[in-house]
Design a protein around this ligand. Sequence first.
Ligand code: SF4
Ligand code: SF4
Length: 61
Amino acid sequence: MWKVSIIRERCTDCGECLDACPGEVYELRAGRIEVAHPDECHGCHTCEAVCPQEACSIEEE
Ligand code: SF4
Ligand code: SF4
């Protein structure tokens, strides 16, 4: 299992993580990027790599 979180203080809601994620983990809701389906994460770390703010956090649990 992977724990997906967004560090809100850093996130600018740019959507890069949503666009890059091969699953459906992130969603845009009312202008904010949210972790909608964390169970779909398979730990590829792509969102961490593309986030310009280093605001994506993927941890194994
Ligand atoms: S890529 Fe980073 S800054 Fe952009 S919406 Fe995702 S978490 Fe926020
Ligand atoms: S680690 Fe991969 S599968 Fe998980 S949220 Fe990030 S881009 Fe999506």
